[in-house]
Ligand binder design. Structure first.
Ligand SMILES: [Zn+2]
Ligand SMILES: [Zn+2]
Length: 294
C-alpha cells in the first residue's frame, strides 16, 4: 500500500472561481470543533498542509476537526491524519456517489470491508460520509447506494461509533432507511439540507443536525428555519471544506479556520449568546465523537 500521508486530491477548478484564501475572521471566544471537513483536497492559491490547516483553525478558536473520507484512499488518509494529529478525528466510508462505481467494478463489498478494518482504529470515531444522493446519481446506481448505506449503518453499530449521513435530495428515503434498519445511537446529518419539518422529525428521533456554511446563503431560508427548531443539544457546525464557504466569501476556498463565520451567523439567527452557543457546540461534538485528546 502507498503511504497514506502522501495522498492529495486536487479540487476540480473551472478557472472562474476566486481561489484566494479568505482573510481570517475574528477568533471565537470559546473553542469549537469543525464536525466535517475534507482536508485531503488541495484548494486555494497556496495549498495548505494539514499542520497549517490545524494551526490556522486553532488560532480562530477551532481546536479540532472531524476529517471525513469518501472512498478507500481518502478514508485511509483520514485514519492516518487522525492517528497522527491530536486535533483530528476521522470518519471513514464509501460515499453514496462512489458506491455505484465500486459496485460496477464488483468491488463494493471489498471496499466496505476496508472501511470495516479502518473503523477499528481508536481515532476513527464515525462511519461517514454515507447515505443517499439522488441528485448526482443515475437511477441504475440507486440500488448500490442503498446496499452501501445499509452496510455502513451496520458498521457504525458494530464498532459503536457515530455515523455521518450525506443526504442530497433523498430526505424521505434516508429517514425511512434509518427507521427500517435502525439508526446508530449517534447519527449525524452532515450538511443538513432539509427544512424545519424534517429537522423536527430528525430531532425527535435523537439525530444530530450539522450545519455548514450554506446556512448563511441567501437562498437557504429552509436551513435557517430548520436551525430555529432544532434543540440546542442536537446542533453541530461544520465546514465541509473546501466547499460551501460561508458569506461573505462564498465560492472561495473553505477551511476550518472559517467556522467562526458560520457560528456567529448561527448565534445571531438564534438570538443566542455567542459564548454559550460555542460551549454547547463543543459539548455536542464531544458527545458524538468522544474526546480528541487521548
Ligand atoms: Zn456530503
Ligand atoms: Zn463532505
Amino acid at each position: 500500500m502507498t503511504d497514506p500521508s502522501q495522498y492529495v486530491r486536487e479540487r476540480h477548478n473551472d478557472g472562474t472561481r476566486d481561489v484566494r484564501w479568505p482573510v481570517a475572521p475574528e477568533p471565537l471566544p470559546v473553542p469549537v470543533y469543525d464536525n466535517h471537513a475534507h482536508l485531503e483536497i488541495a484548494d486555494g492559491d497556496e495549498p495548505l498542509t494539514l499542520d497549517e490547516q490545524l494551526e490556522r483553525a486553532a488560532a480562530a478558536g477551532v481546536i479540532g476537526v472531524v476529517q471525513a473520507g469518501g472512498d478507500i484512499d481518502s478514508s485511509r488518509w483520514s485514519a492516518w491524519a487522525a492517528a497522527s494529529h491530536p486535533r483530528v478525528l476521522a470518519a471513514v466510508a464509501i460515499h453514496p456517489n462512489e458506491a455505484p462505481a465500486y459496485q460496477a467494478a464488483g468491488e463494493l463489498d471489498a471496499a466496505i470491508a476496508v472501511i470495516d478494518e479502518l473503523a477499528a482504529q481508536p481515532r476513527v470515531r464515525a462511519i461517514g460520509e454515507t447515505g443517499l444522493d439522488f441528485f448526482r446519481t443515475e437511477e441504475d446506481g440507486i440500488p448500490a447506494q442503498f446496499h452501501s448505506f445499509e452496510a455502513h449503518i451496520a458498521l457504525a453499530q458494530k464498532h459503536g461509533i457515530a455515523m455521518q449521513i450525506h443526504d442530497r435530495d433523498a430526505h424521505e428515503a434516508v429517514l425511512e432507511t434509518l427507521r427500517r434498519v435502525g439508526a446508530p445511537e449517534r447519527t449525524v446529518f452532515h450538511c443538513f439540507s432539509g427544512d424545519d419539518a424534517m429537522a423536527r422529525v430528525a430531532a425527535e428521533a435523537g439525530y444530530y443536525l450539522s450545519f455548514a456554511g450554506n446556512l448563511t446563503f441567501k437562498n437557504a431560508q429552509n436551513l435557517r428555519d430548520a436551525l430555529a427548531v432544532t434543540p440546542r443539544d442536537r446542533i453541530l457546525v461544520e465546514t465541509d471544506a473546501p466547499f460551501l464557504t460561508p458569506i461573505p466569501h462564498r465560492g472561495r476556498p473553505n477551511a476550518p479556520y472559517l467556522v467562526p463565520l458560520t457560528v456567529r451567523f448561527m448565534a445571531a439567527e438564534l438570538g443566542a449568546d455567542l459564548d454559550e452557543l460555542c460551549a454547547q457546540l463543543a459539548e455536542n461534538t464531544l458527545a458524538v465523537y468522544g474526546p480528541f485528546e487521548d
